[in-house]
Design a protein around this ligand. Sequence first.
Ligand code: OOG
Ligand code: NI
Length: 463
Amino acid sequence: MTLTGFANPDEIRARFSRAMSAMYRAEVPLYGELLTLVADINRHALDSQPGLAEAMDQAGDLQRLADERHGAIRVGTAEELATLARLFAVMGMQPVGYYDLSPAGVPVHSTAFRAVHEDSLRISPFRVFTSLLRLELIEDAPLRALAAQLLASRQIFTPRALALIERHEQAGHLTHSEADEFVEQALETFRWHRQARVSQAQYDRLHAQHRLIADVVAFQGPHINHLTPRTLDIDSVQAQMPARGIAPKAVIEGPPRRQHAILLRQTSFKALEEAVVFTDPAGTISGSHSARFGEIEQRGVALTPKGRELYDRLLGQARASLNGVPAERDPQGYARLLEAAFSDFPDDLAQLRSQGLAWFRYRPTAQGLAKGIKGYDLEALVSDGDIAFEPIIYEDFLPVSAAGIFQSNLGGEPRIDYGSNANREQFEQALGRAVIDEMALYAQMQQRSLEACQTQLGGSFAS
Ligand code: OOG
Ligand code: NI
């Protein structure tokens, strides 16, 4: 606790993330099993790869690892989304990026709430992938009306949570005891509700339109649908999951395995078929709903727009060479296609840097500090060993991967063709503000590290 009377937003976020994890662990026991597996494998990776722990420690990436996770929720209305943005702001989380999932047959668009500054990310990188249901993509008008009416009549925030959000906006901070209460109250929004707000018949109609619509509309709130720990070796976790009673999806989403991880690799598993109670008289009718799942991810270096373009192109190439056969049918074959396509992507930090494909954080070495250099150019300082560089970790998500995660957890139902309906403007209007461009954030991080080098070494250098 600090000496001031006010709670630090980064601390509130760290505590909220821990509280969410404890709640999800109690609700979804398989998540606890997954955490144990990931911790074992991370420890093994750190023990067996010389230099890894030190490199991660240097980058400020080691301390946050055990506590690192993202979650996901889905909301139904503009007001719910805008209020969530205000709730996350109390914890120093802002909306970053816009993701359109409609091309994958999922009627939502999304953003990720997260901290944006490296100092805050080091304290807690907790992120929440947040999707807004797009009722306008549902063609069945009576069903659309039912969904709209159900959404209009629910309140997903507790009165006290709303009061504390307002308090934070007016005062600019919360006291420690208000922050304690805020964490407790905010958590209520993400809790699972066994009692549905619809009859069995209504649930069936919503579900028949799209499982996701039933999930968003039929319940009291946007239950957290997964929490994802970060692993240092996703292939080992994937291989060891079955022995722990966890059946992962067949294919790891994202780039192939590499010497130097780029962006994000993810795999998920279906966690639960949950008992629910419908509103039919006397609550006699009960059924089940499956929404909540587990996921793991491995994060690597963030790519520049040029690197991202190359990634998108090579991924597209690998997928095109599947010739329409689902990757799940031959995971090994797909892994080979992916590796072949990505042989065109340099797998060497110096190359990634010199070709401008990835973002890096720079810092003066002991040698550089001892010399106290002035006026050299950055490349000379790097090649002389006066300045070192390390990868900036990717903090965001990937739309193609997210679509794969959505699809595998929605089950094998036929895909609805919503076409491509990106509408960032409409999303931002609902959100009540613009989303932040993630590339600008990475560029700022890199730039701040260069400026810190200049301050520490004395003088300035051309970059
Ligand atoms: C979100 C799916 C996307 C990820 O990590 O890409 C996602 C959802 O199912 O609500 O979590
Ligand atoms: Ni996820």
